[in-house]
Design a protein around this ligand. Structure first.
Ligand SMILES: [Zn+2]
Ligand SMILES: [Zn+2]
Length: 165
């Protein structure tokens, strides 16, 4: 489990580093003997270039050129693959996707901090939350398929920004 402060300084965290994300995905696909097709690569590059979550239609729009339309359904298929491999995460409350440069395990409990002001998303893991959530789920006899929490609010940068008079 990575300490958030430590992973947060690393390149590739929470988007903004498309090259790093592509290189990492390429390596992992090779290791797992999976096809990293041009579309999968393009979709990942589009998502990783942003610090805000991108929807499938947004991505299709970005990848389309005059004479070469990319269908949203193809983007969804690529996103399914990328999500399964852990290269991107789906933000349910936004129905949108962010890239993941972290080294957490597949079933890790994740906490997404979603800023309402600037739209950025910060991803973190919390062993305490994961532990407590596990106990709560066990008590309820509930088997989760994912343990992703989304918290909306204001990020540190926005809180520190002086409000205009
Ligand atoms: Zn992640
Ligand atoms: Zn913010």
């Amino acid at each position: 489990m990575h300490d958030h402060a430590e992973t947060h300084d690393a390149a590739g965290c929470c988007g903004g580093d498309a090259e790093g994300a592509i290189a990492r995905a390429e390596r992992i696909c090779r290791e797992r003997d999976l096809q990293f097709t041009r579309l999968r690569r393009d979709v990942l590059a589009a998502v990783a270039a942003q610090t805000r979550p991108l929807g499938a239609y947004d991505i299709a729009e970005r990848l389309s050129e005059p004479g070469r339309r990319v269908a949203a359904v193809s983007v969804y298929r690529a996103l399914d693959f990328l999500t399964e491999q852990g290269f991107v995460h789906r933000i349910a409350s936004r129905n949108a996707f962010v890239s993941c440069g972290h080294a957490h395990s597949d079933g890790a409990g994740l906490v997404f901090l979603i800023c309402r002001s600037c739209g950025t998303i910060d991803e973190t893991t919390s062993p305490e939350v994961e532990h407590q959530l596990g106990r709560t789920l066990a008590k309820a006899g509930f088997k989760p398929v994912s343990r992703i929490l989304e918290v909306e609010g204001e990020c540190e940068a926005c809180l520190g920004r002086p409000t205009e008079a």
